[in-house]
Design a protein around this ligand. Structure first.
Ligand code: AKG
Ligand code: FE2
Length: 304
């Protein structure tokens, strides 16, 4: 099967896939620590720093700091630091941002024009669908918390290897607040796992939960694009992780409905709450069950 056809099929199936052998440009040979330090200039970057390599968004066990890009790359690539913020073996993570952090999505060609030249964005979507391109640079051992994004995503591994674990959006109910003792349901979620090597591209469909573990110091770039019509997305979302406008309106309406229900005694709240669940299930889960049987029919595929 031709690779373009393969890619189209993967994208329309809404399943994650590792694509190998896609031309990512000269970055694969060029992006050594020294080269990155030289070409990335002394541009200030906002980074995550933590005393432990498991960064946890719920516990907020990391600090936001600012460093010149070159100094950040040096520290992220070494195990022990002579200059540090928290402790000498602290871990670093860069998720690059736009120029105006609140308004603009990240775009390598604007924030790092000299390095962006070396990275060829895979042409799997139209230029109008492009949303952002983001540096993902991590210390060895760094783990990023489980989360989902609302845009389709290609995560390119340029140097180092990275383990990625994914969970289907249909396992969302098993995934919220993954504290195993408190939420034993978590184990029910089906885990998809892959290890990205330099040159690999991982397609992460919108809404798929994912977490990452950098097995070495590594540099990646991810590209988000709009899979839905442009006006489905929140206009003020530089990160690509705000729920589509219709979804957040529906969630707000649900909150209002629940508040209204609270005007009744507890046994009535229980009764009508169950009816509401049944209504939601009927309207939204039936299609999902069909999709589910297709989705769970095979493991992550790795084309040669
Ligand atoms: O590369 C990473 O560490 C995280 C990547 C990620 O979350 C993404 O591309 O959406
Ligand atoms: Fe992500």
């Amino acid at each position: 099967m031709g690779s373009a056809i393969f890619v189209c099929r993967k994208f329309s199936q809404r399943k994650p896939a590792v694509l190998k052998g896609v031309n990512l440009g000269p970055c694969l040979e060029k992006w050594t620590v020294e080269y990155l330090r030289q070409k990335g200039s002394d541009k200030e970057v906002k980074i995550h720093v933590s005393t432990v390599p498991q960064m946890d968004f719920l516990r907020k066990n990391f600090a936001y700091k600012t460093l010149p890009f070159s100094e950040f790359v040096k520290r992220a690539s070494e195990r022990k630091h002579s200059d540090f913020f928290l402790c000498e073996d602290e871990s670093y993570y860069l998720r690059s941002l736009g120029e105006d952090v609140r308004k603009e999505p990240a775009d390598l060609s604007r924030q790092f024009p000299d390095l962006a030249e070396d990275f060829h964005i895979p042409q799997f979507f139209t230029p109008e669908q492009f949303f952002s391109s983001v540096f993902r640079i991590s210390s060895c051992g760094l783990q990023l918390w489980t989360h989902y994004d609302v845009m389709d995503n290609l995560l390119a591994q340029v140097t180092g290897t990275k383990r990625v674990v994914l969970y289907s959006p249909q396992d969302a109910l098993h995934l919220y607040l993954p504290d195993l003792e408190q939420f034993p349901e978590f184990v029910k979620a089906k885990r998809y796992e892959c290890v990205l090597e330099p040159g690999d591209l991982l397609f992460i469909p919108a809404l798929w939960f994912h977490n990452t573990l950098a097995q070495q110091f590594g540099v990646g770039v991810n590209v988000f694009w709009r899979h839905l019509p442009a006006d489905s997305y929140d206009k003020k979302d530089p990160y690509g992780n705000k729920d589509p406008v219709a979804a957040s309106r529906a969630l707000q309406a649900l909150e209002r409905a629940l508040k209204t229900l609270d005007e009744l005694p507890a046994d009535y709240v229980d009764f009508y709450g169950r009816r509401m669940i049944q209504r939601i299930q009927k309207r939204t889960f039936v299609g999902a069950q069909v999709a589910d049987s297709i989705l769970h029919s095979g493991p992550l595929t790795k084309p040669g």
